[in-house]
Design a protein around this ligand. Structure first.
Ligand code: SER
Length: 554
């Protein structure tokens, strides 16, 4: 059975079910949402439920918006959390999720029965085992699901599990609840998670990280929500009896890990571009850039061949025209790679390669291995540690300036510093990075990388932008997120060791676009309207390639 057929059988199966016998409506087919979600607290659509998040708390709106409480979709998804595992049999950064959803239309019995029937009867697969939630804290053990599974198949193995079978929320708050997962064996005899059936019974007022740390409350929702997700590629591998997702008809039988990484990353890039994202140094654009660059690193051949193959796979299903974007990014990065390679060949120290040429140590190690050169990793690590210690000292100094005295004036200047940083990057370019900052009650001082003196026009332009942003009365807020996520969306000035969870301060909102996103401890004003008028007093050199601005708020 090919991917086309699976997609349409899934949609048909659910649009025919949920009728009167089960006390609900048939499932309404809704198209995939964009990979760029409406929810500002997540970068990409990572699950089918993303576009339906609000309906779990306001189920009545589903009647208005869809004419139904029961929905079925095939959703495009991006997940970069498992990027290091891409290339194995089951992990991907782009995948399609088959899902059925209900906002109070039906409950556990129907959701589990539909899944059981689709897997065993419609597709004729054998379930290896299922999991149910064992209960923790305020959430009780899911006895009901366990009993339903037993009734459906008394021989079925049912495993009880904890955190792993409690799902969500996505982003900084949202619906969540216990799940029951279905596992099937692939052609290698490995158990693969095929379907995740979430019972959204709670609303979490905080992120998943907070929930896991015991810092977020769970509030019972008015209705029991259903949110299920089945990875199309994994399902295909099982149905088509293949050892990996790459042997199914949504890939081209890539064999080596490198080939698989390239195929996955270029596929993800094409889909992200198709939803309107361009490579850049922040947010989604940065994730896209990293995916393309990573593909380039693994590919000796130009990426055009790969792009053509992927377009062919999805021909007639999804429009994937990147208008040459991937090739442009590829060409730029191959130049950087080439320059770095020259230095590498000269035998330049891996530490200098990494810090001056942006050449990742993994790449130095890979290349060295090919050429039978030994790398003194211990020496590299030692130098990196010293480097980081220096940066830490520098940043401690910076925070001292801004944070020990958190009076009103310094708080306002602190927010102005973020505006200045973003405005400099706009006017001078993305090479601008913060080298230091010192704030007194009277003025801010900001050091940044830039090769030459700023012109009068440039200074004026920067002042104008900052003052415009003040006039726009933009909200200032922060979210806490894992550092690895934060690095993808925010600028940060130092190589220092942040904790695993960091604060990202943003200025602006989703509607008009965020003007600034920075790692920062705070504090900040809550709206730029509190700042007054911004004025640059002085712009001067402090070191080779480092400039200093002194500015005030009047
Ligand atoms: N939201 C759940 C998941 O992503 C089920 O769709 O697995």
């Amino acid at each position: 059975m090919k991917s086309d057929e699976i997609r349409s059988r899934f949609l048909k199966f659910f649009s025919a079910r949920g009728g009167s016998a089960l006390g609900g409506e048939g499932h309404k087919i809704i198209p995939s949402a964009s990979l760029v979600p409406g929810d500002p607290s997540v970068l990409f659509t990572t699950a089918g439920m993303q576009q339906f998040k609000p309906y779990y708390t306001n189920p009545g709106n589903a009647d208005k918006d869809f004419g139904s409480r029961n929905i079925v979709t095939v959703q495009k998804c991006i997940r970069t959390g498992d990027i290091d595992e891409v290339g194995d049999a089951t992990h991907l950064t782009f995948f399609e999720m088959l899902g059925n959803f209900s906002f109070g239309g039906y409950g556990r019995r129907e959701a589990i029965t539909y899944a059981y029937d689709f897997i065993t009867k419609e597709l004729g697969l054998k379930i290896s085992y299922v999991t149910v939630y064992k209960g923790e804290g305020v959430v009780p053990k899911d006895e009901e699901s366990k009993n339903i599974w037993k009734e459906l198949d008394s021989d079925l193995e049912i495993r009880e599990d904890g955190k792993d079978v409690f799902w969500g929320p996505t982003g900084d708050s949202g619906p969540c609840g216990p799940t029951t997962e279905i596992y099937c064996k692939n052609a290698d005899g490995q158990d693969v998670e095929i379907w995740n059936i979430v019972f959204n019974e709670y609303f979490c007022e905080g992120s998943r990280e907070k929930l896991d740390r015991g810092e977020a409350n769970l509030k019972k929702l008015d209705i029991l929500g259903i949110d299920t997700g089945m990875g199309l590629e994994r399902l295909l591998a099982t149905v088509q009896n293949k050892k990996s997702v790459y042997e199914t008809d949504v890939f081209n039988n890539e064999k080596t890990k490198d080939e698989r990484i390239i195929a996955d990353h270029i596929k993800a890039s094409l889909f992200i571009i198709a939803d309107g994202v361009e490579p850049s140094n922040t947010g989604r654009g940065y994730v896209l850039r990293r995916l393309i660059r990573r593909a380039v690193r693994f590919s000796k051949e130009p990426l055009t061949g790969q792009i053509k193959k992927i377009k062919k796979v999805y021909n007639g299903m999804y429009a994937l025209d990147d208008k040459g974007e991937i090739e442009r990014e590829e060409n730029k990065f191959r130049e950087t790679l080439e320059r770095g390679m020259k230095e590498f060949e000269k035998g330049i120290d891996p530490f200098v390669l990494a810090t001056t040429y942006g050449f990742p140590i993994e790449l130095t190690l890979e290349l060295s291995k090919e050429k039978n050169i030994k790398v003194d990793l211990e020496d590299f690590n030692k130098k990196m540690a010293e480097h980081q210690k220096l940066s830490q000292t520098a940043s401690a100094g910076m925070f001292k300036g801004g944070l020990t005295d958190a009076g009103e004036e310094t708080t306002r200047l602190h927010t102005a510093t973020h505006l200045l940083n973003a405005a400099l990057r706009l006017v001078l370019g993305n090479h601008v990075t913060q080298k230091g900052s010192n704030i007194t009650k009277e003025r801010l001082r900001f050091d940044f990388t830039h090769p030459q003196k700023m012109t009068e026009e440039e200074k004026k332009r920067v002042e104008e932008i900052v003052n415009d942003k003040i006039a726009e009365e933009l909200p200032v807020g922060f979210v806490e997120m894992p550092k690895i996520e934060a690095e993808k969306i925010a600028v940060h000035s130092f190589n220092e060791k942040y904790g695993d969870i960091v604060k990202v301060y943003s200025i602006g909102d989703e509607k008009t676009g965020y003007f600034s996103k920075e790692f920062c401890g705070g504090p900040h004003v809550s709206n730029t309207s509190e700042l007054g008028k911004f004025k640059i007093l002085k712009e001067e050199a402090v070191a080779q390639g480092v400039r200093r601005i002194k500015a005030v708020l009047i």
